[in-house]
Every structure is written in C-alpha cells, then in structure tokens.
Design a binder for this molecule. Structure first.
Ligand code: ZN
Ligand code: ZN
Length: 269
C-alpha cells in the first residue's frame, strides 16, 4: 500500500498481502509487511480450532514476485514458528526447479537478515510453477496464472471457487492507449479485480518505466472486461489518506463498484 506515517492512518501503511477466502479455506497472496498482522490473526484462529478439537488448516502462501514490498513480512509470520502448522509456499515468476526455496533462502541470508528459514518450526513445502499453469492448491479451488508486465517477472492470479472468481493483478505496467489484451482476457467477467493503481494517468508519463500502472487504467480494464467489482491496490508510497479519498471519489465516477485498498478491507463476492 502506501507507507506508515500520520498521513496514512486510515488507509494503512503496510505493503502487499491479500487473503482470499474460499469457504473454510484460504490462500494468502504476497508476504509484504501486511503478512505479520495476517499471521497473528491466523495464529489466533488456530488456537481456537485447537480448543474446539478441530484439525488445523493447511495454509498456502503464493507470491506474485519477490520485490521487497512483497516479501519483507515473511520472517515475521507467526504460523512459521508453530510446529503444528503446514504451509505450502508457491512461486512462478522465476520459473524453475527449487526457485521458491532459493528465493526464501536468499532473502533470509547475510548480509540482509540474521537468520535463515531453518528457524521456522512449521512444516514447509516449496512449490514451483510456471506462468500460465493452472493450479489446484485446495480441492474445488482453481488458481489460474498469468505473466504480468513488470521488472524481474511477476505473476497475476485468478482464483475460481463455487462459480465465483477474484483476480489479483498487481505489479504490472501498461502502454499508453494500448490496453493489455492478455489481462483483459484473463480477468473477463470476474467478480473482483484487485489492480495495480500505483499512479494516476497524470503522473504516469514520469514513471512509465517503473513497472506499475494507474487507477484509471484499472477502471478502463474493468469496463472493457466486464469486471464486477474493482479494488485499486498498491498505492504510491507518498500517497496520503486525503489524496486517496480524492482518488476514491474520482474512481467511483468512472466505475461505481470500486474500492480503494486499505488495511483490513474485506470485499465479499
Ligand atoms: Zn514489484
Ligand atoms: Zn510491489
């Protein structure tokens, strides 16, 4: 999202972490600084399940890519320190054997971090896939994948469950006046698209090579692709609450069923 300061108390200052819940199960996307709070909540739910004699949930964490704002929360995820937890970690942006394991080991290593993933007590399974693969992490949940237009590669996701779908399309850029046909097809008729609205159209010419898009482009894609709900995500770090309020109002005019992503926002589809 943005960054933590007095001007971001309402929308929040954490970076990317999204939970998609499908019935009893859920999948976490990205391990930005928001993952720490998500982990505390999951740990609390796990203690409740233990008290009720229920089985623990098998957790899934899927990465779009590993830029710092999408991985910085990883070492602080409470379930990693619980030996009764099983977690599958998935990535496809590096497309190769053992890439997910190496991504985590490299991130948690000297001189960037004091300890490696061997400090985790949970049982971890590292899973690699390639863009365009169709995954089934949980029974009845299909996850489709798409390569996005971003530095160092990035994966977009479409989660399908019970005749509904949610698309998570962040860290992608666009070419002016050339709608991304791959994304339009991928998100077609989805119930919710979460989209990289880092910049405004007015700011975009100065940042065209930063690998991000604009909230207006997300609104245009939403219209063309028949998206039912649109959430503007990955706010520019300097964006204040007041600026986001203005964007929210402008975005509602272009696409009424739209939200500005904020800490703890829940959207039911
Ligand atoms: Zn990125
Ligand atoms: Zn990012």
């Amino acid at each position: 999202m943005a960054s933590d300061s007095k001007s971001t108390v309402r929308y929040g200052g954490n970076t990317a972490c999204v939970e998609v819940t499908c019935g009893e199960e859920s999948i976490l996307f990205d391990a930005g600084s928001g993952l720490r709070a998500a982990g505390d909540l999951i740990a609390k739910q796990a203690r409740k399940r233990d008290a009720e004699g229920l089985d623990r949930k098998h957790l899934h964490l899927m990465f779009t890519h590993c830029h710092y704002d999408h991985i910085s929360g990883l070492p602080f995820f409470a379930p990693f320190f619980d030996r009764n937890t099983k977690i599958d970690i998935w990535s496809g942006h590096l497309a190769g054997a053992n890439k997910t394991r190496r991504m985590i080991e490299n991130y948690m290593s000297s001189p960037y971090f004091p300890v490696g993933p061997e400090v985790f007590a949970a049982s971890l399974t590292y899973r690699d896939f390639e863009a365009h693969d169709v995954l089934q992490p949980i029974e009845n949940v299909v996850v489709k994948t798409l390569p996005l237009n971003h530095h160092d590669e990035c994966i977009g996701y479409r989660v399908e469950f019970d005749n509904r779908s949610i698309c998570y399309i962040t860290d992608t850029t666009h070419i002016l006046n050339e709608p991304d046909q791959g994304i339009i097809e991928f998100v077609k008729d989805t119930d919710l698209m979460i989209y990289d609205g880092t910049y405004t159209d007015a700011e975009f010419p100065a940042f065209w090579n930063f690998g991000h898009s604009t909230w207006e482009e997300g609104a245009r894609i939403s219209k063309v692709a028949g998206v039912k709900r649109y959430c503007v995500f990955h706010h520019r770090p300097s964006r204040s609450d007041n600026q986001l309020d203005k964007i929210a109002a402008q975005c509602k005019k272009k696409f009424p069923r739209s939200w500005i992503g904020r800490e703890g926002l829940r959207i039911k589809v």
